[in-house]
Design a protein around this ligand. Structure first.
Ligand code: BES
Ligand code: MN
Ligand code: MN
Length: 463
């Protein structure tokens, strides 16, 4: 017999989805200044909903950037406190012409809901809200455990606001563990907990040559070209075998344990399928001496994202641009320190600067890599909850992506994080046609209800 909270969630499935669609219609793109108002509107809609379902102390907390949404319910004396985290901001939707239905008009197709933010992270964050609503409704406005909930609106731009808040007010987020639903399952129907994330540094290299744009016929051959300079620099950052060439960059890298490697080797993974169904290129690249999963989860990498500048319109323009930019990031693994790595990177890039060019190397944002121990009662309750819903044992994976605040939770709040995500490998995060499997939205809500009910039951006191 399902609990009352589960019954409520099942009876309200279509309303939950409709409400998610409302949220998905708001283009809360944190990186674009013209969407500032939309980001705030998303925060306000969430705050209003949290009040309506019976959460307490609901408030928007202002930051240097977009607001945080906070709520709590702290009356379960003697029970553990969970810090629910999610983000309501999204990545830009471009290229728009690649979307089958428009990014901010959520559309159902073959059991999925398509929209920017469907899985990353509005849909997943909203599972927390709807699990809490179900529990509050079923228990006369009470929860089985204590909950604080914090939602940020700038995860996709580095999360500086929440990081500062956590550093300055750790007591306001005091909890026994955090719960994050912003990751993926390893395969459909395979319950998954993510226990490791890569860190990152995101940088820009700005190259300056001539004082102004120049005619490339009159000056070409004698004047420096900042794009060429960037190409020369970038080409020396990584070799053809995927090795980063920055001196000292690998010094701190801690390889995964033999146990972890063994577990990864037994995951249902086919390099062929990954290549054809997910990547879609003619070959995989990188450090071939490591397995694909090791390359993605436990090795640092360096990527170029875009090179703004010069002439990019249709047709031809013969110009030597005065300046050019390269956006470059590195993914980091434990124990690489972002600031140290940035210093090594900056020093090396500057040492490669061609004659006639000046380079400005700057850090846009950074975050730590993290690996989470699996030996705690919250992991145990999470696997038991997932077993209830999926009828299978949970696999533990790492992910190559980054969620900067998880490291801060560990360092500033000294709590472990449970990363229980319900995304799928083909959900198109940050890409056109992002989607969330609707069944996973509902299974996620049910898993969270089980999880909270288990932690509220006897035997799970305060840590
Ligand atoms: N939810 C993702 C990270 C993620 C995706 C983790 C899939 C595990 C599995 C998050 O929203 C994200 O995209 N983070 C950014 C980091 C940020 C600092 C821009 C990323 O990883 O690029
Ligand atoms: Mn996310
Ligand atoms: Mn993201």
């Amino acid at each position: 017999m399902p609990t009352e909270a589960l019954q409520f969630a099942r009876q309200n499935q279509s309303r939950f989805l409709d409400q998610l669609k409302e949220l998905l219609r708001i283009p809360s793109i944190s990186t674009l200044p013209e969407h500032r108002g939309d980001v705030r509107r998303a925060a306000e809609v969430l705050a209003a909903e949290l009040k309506r379902i019976g959460m307490e102390n609901v408030q928007l907390i202002e930051t240097s950037g977009h607001p945080l949404v906070y709520a709590d319910w702290l009356h379960a004396a003697g029970k553990p406190t969970c810090l629910c985290y999610g983000h309501y901001d999204v990545q830009p939707p471009d290229p728009l012409e690649e979307w089958i239905s428009p990014p901010f008009e959520p559309t159902e197709r073959n059991g999925n809901i398509y929209a920017r933010g469907a899985v990353d992270d509005k849909g997943q964050m909203y599972m927390h809200v709807k699990a809490l609503e179900s529990l509050l409704h079923a228990h006369d406005g009470k929860l089985p455990l204590n909950v604080r909930l914090i939602l940020e609106g700038e995860e996709e731009v580095g999360g500086e606001g929440i990081a500062q808040f956590v550093r300055e007010h750790p007591e306001r987020l005091r909890a026994d563990f955090s719960l994050v639903s912003d990751t993926e399952m390893f395969a459909p129907d395979l319950p998954t907990l993510c226990v490791g994330l890569r860190g990152m540094i995101y940088t820009e290299i700005e190259a300056h040559g001539a004082a102004t744009d120049l005619h490339s016929g009159i000056y070409g051959g004698a004047a420096p070209n900042p794009f060429f300079a960037l190409c020369q620099v970038l080409a020396q950052l990584k070799d053809a075998n995927g090795h980063i060439l920055i001196p000292g960059v690998y010094d701190a890298v801690v390889p995964p344990s033999a146990e972890e490697l063994k577990a990864w080797a037994s995951l249902p993974f086919s390099e062929e399928e990954f290549l054809h169904n997910e990547v879609g290129s003619c070959a995989l690249t990188g450090e071939l001496e490591y397995s694909v999963l090791e390359r993605l989860w436990a090795r640092p990498t360096l990527e170029i994202h875009g090179m703004p500048g010069g002439f990019i319109g249709a047709g031809a323009k013969t110009v030597i641009p005065a300046k050019a930019i390269a956006k470059v990031s590195m993914r980091l693994v434990p124990e690489m320190e972002p600031q140290k790595i940035f210093n090594l990177y900056k020093q090396y890039v500057e040492s490669l600067c061609p004659s006639g060019i000046s380079l400005d190397v700057r850090l846009i944002h950074s975050g730590d890599a993290i690996v989470i121990g699996v030996d705690n009662p919250y992991i145990e309750a999470a696997t038991a909850a997932l077993h209830q819903v999926f009828g299978k044992d949970t696999v533990f994976i790492r992910s190559g992506g980054s969620i900067p605040i998880v490291g801060d939770f560990e360092r500033s709040l000294k709590i472990p994080s449970i990363m229980m995500g319900f995304g799928l490998p083909d959900d198109n995060l940050h890409a056109p046609n992002e989607k969330f499997c609707i069944a996973n939205f509902h299974r996620g809500i049910e898993s969270l209800i089980h999880f909270f009910e288990m932690l509220g039951a006897e035997g799970h006191g305060e840590a």
